[in-house]
Design a protein around this ligand. Structure first.
Ligand code: GTP
Ligand code: MG
Length: 251
């Protein structure tokens, strides 16, 4: 499941502009500064690959990286607005968007999630070195709702199929069992697990923050999403992520 080749392909501003070769892809999403670019670089064992996509002036980009010529890693703009970022250099300039761009940002990534048919799974990155942030919970909630919606609909279709199918065969063909539903499978990636607990960060160890976060999002999900603890400093979790992605691709 190791990565032998990685190359930046393109930055897209709309879902329709994304590469159309049909390769499966995984999207990294998370708050600005959570460690998306670092994780991507750690996965591909290159220090600066994720920075290649920086396009000053572009406020919203979907960045595609082709891996082993057979699948994509996708770096999405970070959400959340951090005042401090205004005054420091950030590789992803589009993260430093004025507040009124936030709704656009949401519309833009959500459109990608809902309409990108080759998207295998969303990897939601959460900083394990600090307590849960409201914006992360909101985001997880949105992703969770989009799963909860789906499962009952699929079940209903299936039940309709079973019922009608057993009554008469010509009725079953009229039942729209192939109706499309948007399913967004999600994996939780906890970042910065190498960091030690600090009083100013809530005084909890990463393991404790991870546990708290899962408790807080439980109500949003029918089934708890898979989760992996990582660190781009120690490369903890790298092999686990690559194996998980390989399994999802072969599913
Ligand atoms: P934006 O590009 O602003 O959206 O941020 P990002 O999510 O790409 O985060 P980035 O990878 O640029 O990392 C942000 C900061 O966190 C940097 O100072 C990194 O060095 C640090 N960082 C990232 N991952 C880790 C980690 O696993 N452990 C530690 N200790 N620091 C990390
Ligand atoms: Mg980045």
């Amino acid at each position: 499941a190791q990565i032998s080749q990685a190359e930046f392909v393109k930055s897209s501003v709309k879902t329709e502009d994304c590469p159309s070769d049909g390769l499966p892809e995984f999207a990294l999403v998370g708050r600005s500064n959570v460690g998306k670019s670092s994780l991507l670089n750690s996965l591909v064992r290159r220090k600066k690959l994720a920075l290649i996509s920086k396009k000053p002036g572009k406020t919203q980009c979907i960045n595609h990286f082709r891996i082993n010529d057979s699948w994509f890693l996708v770096d999405l703009p970070g959400y959340g607005y951090n005042l401090k970022l205004k005054f420091v250099y950030t590789p992803n300039r589009y993260a430093v968007a004025p507040k009124d761009l936030r709704t656009d940002w949401n519309k833009f990534t959500k459109d990608y999630f809902l309409n990108r048919s080759t998207l295998v799974s969303v990897f939601l990155l959460i900083d394990a070195s600090i307590p849960a942030k409201k914006i992360d919970l909101e985001y997880a909630s949105w992703l969770g709702q989009n799963q909860i919606f789906i499962i009952p609909s699929v079940l209903i279709s299936f039940l309709l199929f079973v019922v009608h199918g057993s009554i008469s065969s010509h009725v079953s063909s009229a039942v729209p069992i192939t109706e499309e539903f948007t399913v967004i499978p999600m994996t939780l990636i906890f970042t910065k697990c190498d960091k030690r607990k600090k009083k100013k960060n809530g005084g909890k160890r990463p393991e404790e923050n991870v546990e708290d976060f899962q408790e807080l999002i439980r109500e949003f999900f029918q089934a708890a999403p898979p989760w992996i603890m990582t660190s781009s400093v120690t490369n903890q979790g790298r092999d686990e992520i690559l194996l998980h992605m390989a399994q999802l691709r072969n599913y």
